[in-house]
Design a protein around this ligand. Structure first.
Ligand code: PNS
Length: 188
């Protein structure tokens, strides 16, 4: 299909399976999809722009019409400079809609020639967000199935103390488990 260039902008901190799902869908309908990481967000990111760029490049290597880039300033200005005709955004649930509508209408006000296209990721990713992935990982919890293995590994490296603490807390020492076993046996 030949639908011109589209920009898929975001923070991708970190990239999730939901993001990848949307990229795969976008790559099918646009001639080229540029995944654009916002450089100067107000938020303090967990992963540097360079780390996110590297992860996204590796994760989209199989999608030949997907390019990873970074941008600063107004997204619509970046989109115009790339000769894009569309902005791609994902909507998971109705709760996303209000924010996305507001952003799409503001972008339209700023640049009326650019259309925003919304796509839904697979329903199995409808609850997955970078924010929740960060929250779970920061507490040392499992993020398997929410992010690609490579991202899972990077989270583990970055949050090694949290994971070590979590693993220690959930590991039953042999002595303690022996004690519990005995108590349980007495009761039965
Ligand atoms: O993944 P996110 O954090 O929801 O992405 C938000 C993003 C990067 C798409 C948005 O904050 C953005 O486009 N920022 C660039 C500045 C801009 O153009 N602001 C006006 C948009 S209404």
């Amino acid at each position: 299909m030949n639908q011109g260039i589209a920009i898929y902008p975001g923070s991708f901190d970190p990239p999730t399976y939901g993001h990848l799902d949307l990229m795969e869908r976008g790559a099918k309908i646009f001639e080229e999809l540029i995944v654009a990481i916002l450089r100067n967000s107000e938020k303090t990111p967990m992963f540097s722009v360079a780390e996110r760029l590297e992860m996204l490049k590796a994760l989209t290597g199989h999608l030949k019409n997907v390019r990873i880039d970074t941008f600063d300033g107004l997204m619509v200005e970046y989109a115009k400079s790339m000769e894009a005709v569309c902005i791609l955004r994902g909507i998971r649930a109705i709760s996303d809609y209000e924010y996305e509508l507001q952003m799409a209408l503001m972008n339209r006000k700023l640049e009326p020639t650019l259309e925003t296209v919304f796509m839904m990721p697979a329903d199995k990713y409808s609850y997955v967000s970078s924010r929740l992935v960060r929250e779970v990982a920061q507490a040392g919890g499992p993020v398997k199935g929410l992010v690609p293995e490579m991202v899972e590994q990077k989270l583990r490296e970055k949050l090694e103390p949290a994971y070590r603490f979590h693993d220690q807390m959930h590991e039953v020492p042999p002595l303690l488990s022996g004690g519990k076993e005995k108590k349980r046996k007495k009761k039965s």
